[in-house]
Design a protein around this ligand. Sequence first.
Ligand SMILES: [Zn+2]
Length: 431
Amino acid sequence: MARSSPRKKSAVNYKEEHDEPAKKPSAASKALASLTSAAAKIRAKPATKRKADDDEAAEAKPAVTGGQPKKRKTGKTKEEDAMPLSDRTAVSSLKKAMYIGAHVSAAGGRFHAVANGTTPPITSEAKDLFMSGCSHHGYKAAEHALPHGSYLVNLAQSDPAKATQAYNAFVDDLTRCEQLGIKLYNFHPGSTLGDSRDAAIGRIAAQLNKSHKATSSVITVLENMAGAGNVIGSTWEDLRDIIALVDDKSRVGVCIDTCHAFAAGHDMRTPEAFAKTLGEFRKIVGIKYLKAFHLNDSKAPFASNRDLHANIGTGFLGLRAFHSVMNEDSFCGMPMVLETPIDKKDNKGKSIEDKQVWADEIKLLESLIGMDADSEEFAALEKKLQAQGAAERQRIQDQVDKKGAKGGAKKAAGAKKKTKNADTDDENDQA
Ligand SMILES: [Zn+2]
């Protein structure tokens, strides 16, 4: 499911955390469900040829991610999912080979219904379907699928029983990725839960080393974080220090989430700021570890440590940052995954997901490739999108300002308890 409603998602996570963690589908099985649904979507397309879309073999495919646990939907949504949202652009027709996709839902997928408390093995039927879906569409699953690990799995966990549970869930996902030929597996590094940073980083690396020995090829990809609470991974140094302790460097990588980076204080708003941030990443982490992107704008201001995804161009990050990303040669060929909000209200006031938003954002991002950022076209686009997000930016800015004022007083009083406000961040302390 889309991480479109951080509030809802976190609440679900939090509640389920103690009750039934094992009932969640693994990221890989969700990726499988998602991919097959993506394949169905493309198959459902009318056979008429379009100028930008006649090269099926080179078609851009969504970089598939696992997503969050979600209540099972009925078959009704399957039909919806099978409707083409927009014609895919052939990557070969773009000036740069950018593989943009969305954080697709497993809803309506056939493989993630789990009732018995354990995650079932991947059936050979499911595997065949995934493989044939990939080859039929020229989709290099190995390169462009990016399943997302559960936010509940904390590899920094120090409690032995919980650490074992986290490890088992992690390895189970890696094993599934390998069965499906998926090369990259994205996860949040973990939370110190109040312990020292170095100890937590040591435990994350130890778990990674063990998991690499238990599997054979999948690359474990650390996602950078926004920096709330005890979360590890908001600084490039955190990522560097984990990687330094990983024995097999070919099995570890980094996924940059643009929203998290910005919220953590890595600016990208101007070409100069982008170059500086990228330079720091190169120097501290190393570009060879960069494997993928999560493309999100930010509803929260710079360095606020808030993890609130906004639609592209509507947030504090702004369209210029995405222009820089889309025109950066060293990012070519990497999976780029949208995790932007797509929740809308239908005419009865019920919250629905509008995947057209992602289809449009993919087109928007593709249009930035080679676009002159000093052109009137760009300025108009930038202005329009900023206007769309103005109210929401102001709302979150007010929250941040208020919290800043309160936060000072609280810290002085030694208060540790977290307050739940109207917008719970995407990134919570992990279990
Ligand atoms: Zn992300």
